[in-house]
Unconditional design. Structure first.
Length: 149
């Protein structure tokens, strides 16, 4: 059960790579080890680890701070899906961003990836546009935004 989050460290890179290799991560564009290490040293990249009450890792999130203070939610991967951990993790992070007056958070999600879209909508994200994606896997990306309340 989700309890807290913390900033990720270099020691979490192997775990993050394991999460990106899980079957439920098929719609997530991952990085290699060097990419994650570089991102952890980039002040515009924010990595978070979800933990249970015993500090066992449950998942991770990656956000990018843009020049205008907007956050791009690049990744969220939960090791064991379907138990509400992802929702609780997102709610906790959004509360932090709201408290810090982040003006907007946006993300993209594959059109055929319906379950996460429902979650994002329930958290206040709204669809702003759809764009074709020619990478792998090909498809349409749904762009969703959540403005600071």
């Amino acid at each position: 059960m989700y309890q807290q989050f913390r900033s990720a460290t270099q020691e979490d890179v192997d775990y993050i790579l394991e999460l990106e290799a899980l079957p439920q991560s098929r719609f997530v564009h991952g990085n290699d080890r060097a990419g994650h290490v570089a991102n952890l040293n980039d002040s515009t990249m924010q990595y978070f680890i979800a933990e249970d009450i015993n500090a066992n890792r449950l998942g991770f999130a990656l956000l990018h701070e843009e020049e205008d203070g907007t956050l791009e939610w690049r990744r969220i991967i939960i090791e064991a899906t379907g138990g509400g951990i992802g929702r609780a993790f997102m709610v906790a992070l959004i509360k932090r961003f709201d408290a810090n007056s982040v003006p907007k958070i946006w993300l993209d999600v594959y059109e055929q990836n319906i379950k996460p879209q429902r979650l994002y909508q329930s958290l206040g994200f709204v669809v702003t546009k759809r764009i074709p994606y020619e990478g792998e896997p090909k498809g349409t990306l749904v762009i969703m935004e959540r403005a600071h309340p």
